[in-house]
Design a protein around this ligand. Sequence first.
Ligand code: NOJ
Length: 742
Amino acid sequence: MKHKEILELLNKMTIEEKIGQMVQIAGDIFLSEDKNAVLTGPLKDLHLHNEMVYSIGSVLNVIGARNVRQVQKEYLSKSRLKIPLLFMDDIINGYKIAFPIPIAQGCSWNIKVIKEMAEISAMESSIAGANVNFSPMVDLSRDARWGRVMESIGGEDPLLGEIYAKTIVETYQGKKLTEVGKIASCVKHIAAYGAVEAGRDYNTVDMSEREFRQYYLPAYKSAIEAGAEMLMTSFNILNGIPATVNTWLIQEIIRKELGFKGIIISDYGAIEETIAHGYSANGKEAAKNAINAGVDIDMMSSIYANYLKELCIENQEIENKVNESVLRILSLKNKLGLFENPYGNINEEKEKTYLMNPSNLEKAKKLTQETFVLLKNKHHILPINKDKKIAFIGPYVNNIGITGSWSMFSDRSQNHTLLDSFQEKLGNNIAYAKGSEILRQEEINKILSAEGLPMVHIENEAQKEQEMIASAVEISKRADIILLALGEHYKQTGEACSRSDIALPENQIQLINELYKLSKPMILILFNGRPLQLNTIEEKLDSILEVWFPGTTGAKAITEIILGEENPSGKLTMSFPQNVGQCPVYYNHYNTGRPHHDNFRYVSRYQDIPTESFYPFGYGLSYCDFKYTELHLNKHKISENETITVMVKIENQSNYAGYEVVQLYIQDVYGSVVRPVKELKAFKKEYFKPHEIKYVKFDISIDMLKFWNDKLDYVAEPGQFKVFVGGDSVKVLEDKFEFLLD
Ligand code: NOJ
């Protein structure tokens, strides 16, 4: 449709029809036989009347070619102006193929990996009818207590967030949204949602504008510059005002400063929640606050549906804003080609051949392997020698539930268990015992009851626990190596899954302790959605492979890594804390006036734990041994428009081939405001043959030295800088240079 025709369409719309476009509901209503039952059922709290339902603009989480076609058809048959619905979905880490959870994807430090996963997700979901994906989530995340760190693609680093955000948005959207396999990206959550106090979900965020601009804004900005069609607001307040109705944030920063022209959608119920926040006095005020701030779509609350009309009648300016919002929504429908073909790229035939196709599954396995992080490998116990007798112990050994909390659409028929995959390679050299449940009933029931789900009941739980441990010990006595598969429950991570205890569940720790008494080598395969507190178990383990929630091909991917057919190469994007009391802990912190050194009392430290993280940002081992030497700068002074070339020698001192992520950090030693001890400025993932030596090169430009200074200008200030290069953020070679004004 031409722009003129869209304007004509807008002119034909009644105010109710316009407001309808600005409302998003779950699609159940259209799939149900008895519409009235649904309106009095799951959607009853929305107080939507039947008429309104046939003018709403979009639905949430309806997917699958058949479903989408049915809903669109039914909707269009009753809608007066036949404006097609938009289908928006949470394809967070894949549709039918579940890829590793986003935090894991980020640990690949490989744009190609991120891109290829996004490509398959977009193709799978677009032929299944999705128009918009509520992804990527680019909230900078420093606090492991927050359950949603599992969704954070860049973890605690703004540069990773920026790079990944751009990659995903460009991959989802391509050049033209009408192309098969392309979907619009809805980037979330605007803004600073990852900074919720004490890691408690939906909690307060209060931070200086500088902190916000320096660390939290870059990833959203990068997504906007990459052309993201949509943004989603966050649940938190930002400096006293709920983000969803925060005019400074949405109007000043997002629309004016960053020039965002696309659609802004609230998060689920977030407009209505501004009442509970204590900001909007009632529904009408909530509607007014949200429309004035610039929210175009109200996701799953009744506020716009029930109050916008009244506001439009009272105030022409609000009606103008409604017109602007509707124009944005119609324009996206137009870009997606829905006026010409309301069924978009839905393709039942292609669904049959493309979804879960073997070549994508094979590809997924390779990509998944790059997301694992080898945290420990004493005496090179990994990879396991195939002749060894293995006792395979733990609740994740014979378990296909390894796809994470956002994989509700995934096809589990192709999920393998670790046990199957190992047996396929090793036959009878493996003995299995479950050893423990993931959680004790008291713990899992707390989670299930909050979701209104049936609870579990285990008779004589304590006795059964002892029996499970005993049989694990028995089996292990006859083995050469104990291979453990343990971790968090997937329901302990994700939205509303904040935790004050981030150690492994107590029953699993007990299992480790009992097996440790056998003095056999122990290897842990760790499943989890956040950095965990490992301090009480780490010493008992010879090796730890962090696999997060690895998705559909996870079991096969892990098997090949453990057996040395592939080599791990992931690096952490979030620091692991010594213990939960250290959260938030992150590498790019400030120094304080009393940095920790030696065992000195009046310095900034904890009395009971080290100051530094347990495993630092950027950390991850390989079966290769990489040695860094000869850091060399081609000059030690830089002025405007110049670059410094940094070179480092890296030697793979092993018989394995593998990848290493070479990382460059900079510290601005003095500034008009204090600067972090280190900031990631560049990285390269390099392939090394056995014993290969490589010289890796980086260019430092003035742009890399810029920051938000005391006047809130984004500039580089002259002075001294340190440069660090290494395989993580701690073990680095160091040099320095000076930035001089001409
Ligand atoms: C709430 C979550 O915060 C958001 O990330 C998600 O996209 C929406 N629900 C829709 O399911």
